[in-house]
Design a protein around this ligand. Structure first.
Ligand SMILES: Cc1cc2nc3c(=O)[nH]c(=O)nc-3n(C[C@H](O)[C@H](O)[C@H](O)COP(=O)(O)O)c2cc1C
Length: 207
């Protein structure tokens, strides 16, 4: 087997093994450095014009996890997980990043023919959608990369949005696509088999 195909198989393995983990090991902590490493690697995700609209707030202390669990309709996994990554899409951050991103690209030899205002105008058409889309790609990366480090995750959309905004001071113009609970699996418990996935013929076509 060539080195290349081995890499591909390793990558597929991470995707095949990822599940939404309901049972986290309450006794095992994840180091802050590892969380930050996973998040920085996840930011290798593609984004429109490389503007990287994402922000995260990591909820980790016992007290804050208890509060977040209440906001997430009492979902136990929030408290059992080592940490919860609140994933935020901020289109204003993307627009603020334009200058830095253009300067960096130019310094690396990219031929940038559009100016800052043109990109800002383009991005501003449906800016929230763009920010949520790119932030969701980043979020998926977090879940896949977590597997590489032997961690498990669970994406959560079951939260009271207003209470979450109040708790973390998240402004109304920002979107919150999901929270990612992250930690180690409780080895004494087993998940049910993975839920149905539909075949290509159900949702795709080749033209
Ligand atoms: C954005 C998003 C939000 C989700 N929110 C919840 C949630 O609030 N509670 C929950 O139990 N599962 C939640 N899930 C998990 C899905 O139910 C789960 O991904 C799906 O059933 C497929 O299972 P698998 O991830 O193990 O393959 C969410 C998944 C995604 C992608």
């Amino acid at each position: 087997m060539s080195e290349k195909s081995l890499e591909v198989n390793e990558c597929l393995k991470l995707i095949l093994e990822r599940r939404s983990i309901t049972f986290f090991d309450k006794t095992k902590e994840v180091d802050d450095e590892l969380l930050i490493k996973i998040i920085e690697l996840a930011s290798l995700a593609p984004s429109s014009y490389n503007l990287q609209p994402w922000e995260v707030i990591i909820v980790k202390s016992k007290e804050n996890k208890i509060k977040l669990r209440e906001i997430c309709f009492n979902q136990e996994k929030i408290q059992d997980a080592s940490a919860n990554i609140v994933v935020i899409a901020n289109y204003k951050r993307a627009i603020n990043n334009i200058e830095k991103v253009i300067n960096d690209a130019k310094s690396k030899g990219y031929n940038i023919s559009v100016d800052k205002n043109l990109i800002a105008n383009f991005y501003s058409i449906n800016a929230k959608m763009r920010a949520v889309r790119d932030t969701s790609l980043f979020a998926m990366n977090i879940m896949t990369i977590a597997r590489f480090f032997g961690l498990e995750t669970h994406a959560i959309e079951g939260f009271n949005e207003q209470l979450l905004r109040e708790f973390l001071n998240i402004e109304d113009y920002k979107e919150i696509p999901m929270i990612i609970a992250i930690g180690y699996k409780d080895p004494t418990k087993n998940l049910l088999p993975r839920g149905i996935r539909f075949p290509f013929s159900d949702f795709g076509k080749i033209i």
